[in-house]
Structures are given as structure tokens and as C-alpha cells.
Design a protein around this ligand. Sequence first.
Ligand code: SF4
Ligand code: FES
Length: 341
Amino acid sequence: MKVIIDGHEIEVEPGTTILQAARMMGGPSVPPAMCYYSKLEDTGGNCRACLVEVSKGSDADERPMPKLMASCKTTVMDGMEVKNLSSPRVMEARKAVTEFLLINHPLDCPVCDQAGECDLQNLSYQHGKELTRFKEEKRTFEPENIGDKIQLHMNRCILCYRCVKTAEQITDGRVHGVCGRGDHAQISTYITAAIDNDFSGNVIDVCPVGALTDKTFRFKSRVWFNKPFNAHRDCDKCCGKTTLWMFGDEIQRVTARKDVYHEVEEFICNECRFDHKDTADWVVEGPRKFEKFSVINQNNYTRKLDTVVIDTEKQILKGRDQDRVKISMTNVPFKEEESKK
Ligand code: SF4
Ligand code: FES
């Protein structure tokens, strides 16, 4: 069947959602998604970031849908016409949703490990307001320890349910979920049991914000100082295909490979993620080509790497000479022209 999104027409199979159709088309008309995750079943419908206007229901019934619709949950009809970027109503609603998601979210991006690859940060850059109207106290939670590999920072959670679905569908036994309702709803492990099964680390990758982060990478580096490389190893638990986040020759973090919509291509096991931080364990395929929403994309690292001496413990790193200014070493003066290269 045929659907028109922001004036562009595409043919899709019956049962396709508006968001899926938009992703098939690609480009700027794809609505943002903070809770839908195509690699998991039964996600979406929680965040409302993907609202669109259906200006024509179908060829059979041309009436527009009166309310904005969640594109991740609305299936297309033949002849449907959808407005995303071209609808001022949608843009206004998206601003409101962003403001709403930020009501309780702490603005601690400068110290959050997710900064630079956070979907909420990106959404705020595009649709956020500069000033807050929220005068009440933000909702806060007592820190909770959910094991030695995964850091839960509940204050940052936007209750998208992705991690719950991941644990339900990818791991053998889910030991965490959303406890409580409304303002008191929180991701928690029942009886504070640690999440320790082979695939639990995937909750880190699916979390759109910094509520679940990698404890082994905590505060080690800002993600834009790392160079991501695709790598693989023989693994009997998962596909073994990962992204290594390198600083010089050091592997600081291992994650699953993510696609253009920031979703993992294939889930990986905890052994690949946490236990292999030596380059000898991996076959490095080469640098990752793109990270659509990441600031890393701004930092072109595909040019020749030199061995440069900069002021670190080991005194030597592989990188470009101009990286020195970006890493803000104290004894190297910042040169405006170089930073633009
Ligand atoms: S912890 Fe992250 S993935 Fe889980 S519900 Fe909260 S925001 Fe979503
Ligand atoms: S992505 Fe559609 S409601 Fe969250």
C-alpha cells in the first residue's frame, strides 16, 4: 500500500507502522523515537516523541485523524498522508514532549557517561526550550546497586521500558522491572538482586539516556575522545561482533554495533562486553563509518594516525597531532584555527 510522508510517497507492506515506513524512506522526515526499538517486540507507545499528524486517513476514508498519532504504534492505510516536519502542530507537540521528558531528568550531561550519544540530549538540541518553566522539585531516588557491571542512575530514567523488554526477551530470567506507579515508578531489581546473566549488559545499549551505563567505563573518558572501531572475535555465546571504543591502543569500552537509528545491530554477551579489553582478543576490522547522532561524527578520525606525545601517564598515544588541542592538555595552547580542521 501507498503512504505519503511529508510529501514523499513510498509503497509498504500492510501492517507497517508510520515510523517503519518513514525509516524505510530515510532522511529528515523520520520521527525521533525514545522508547520504540525495532530489535525488540512490543516496544513503543510510552514516550510520545514520535507523534505525527495524519492529514488524510486513507483513500477509502479521507478524513484526517483528529489527534496527533504515535507513529510507532499506528499502522499505515492505503493512501494515508502523514505530516511530520511539515506540520507546525507536530513541532509544537514535540517541544512539549521534550519539555515533559526533561521535567524530572537531571541536567547533568557534563558528568554523564551517556553525553555525546544520548537520545534525549539530541532531542533537546533539536526541540528543547532554553528556559525551564518547571519550578517544583525534581523527582529523585536513593542510589541502588544493581551489580558490579551496570550502573543504575534512576534519576535519569525516562521510563521507556526498553531495558525491561530487553531483559524479558534477551535474557533467561528478568530480575528487574518497573516498580511503583506514576511519580513513584522506578526501574529496580526485586529484592535488590544483581542482574547477572550472560546478556544483561544489553540493557546499557538500549537505554536511550544515561540511566543504565557501563560501570567498567565509568568516568574514564568522554565518548568523543574515543575512536570507535568495528571488531569481532569467536564467541560461543553471541555473534561476537562489537564496537571497540579506543583511546590510543587501550580498549576503554566494548558495545554492540549500532545502526543509524542508534539501535544495536545484534545483541552481544557480557563476556564480549566486559571481559575482553585487550586488543589481542579481537580482530579489528576498521573504523566505524558513521554514528548518526553522535558528536563523534564531527570528529573525522579516518585520516592518517600519527604517534603523538602528549601529557598522559604513558606519555604516548596514537592520534592526530591536532587531537592534542581537543584533549585539552594543559601545556598545549588552544589554537582556534586548528580546532576547525
Ligand atoms: S533505565 Fe533506561 S532503558 Fe530502562 S526504562 Fe529507564 S530510560 Fe528506559
Ligand atoms: S517512540 Fe513512539 S511513543 Fe515512544
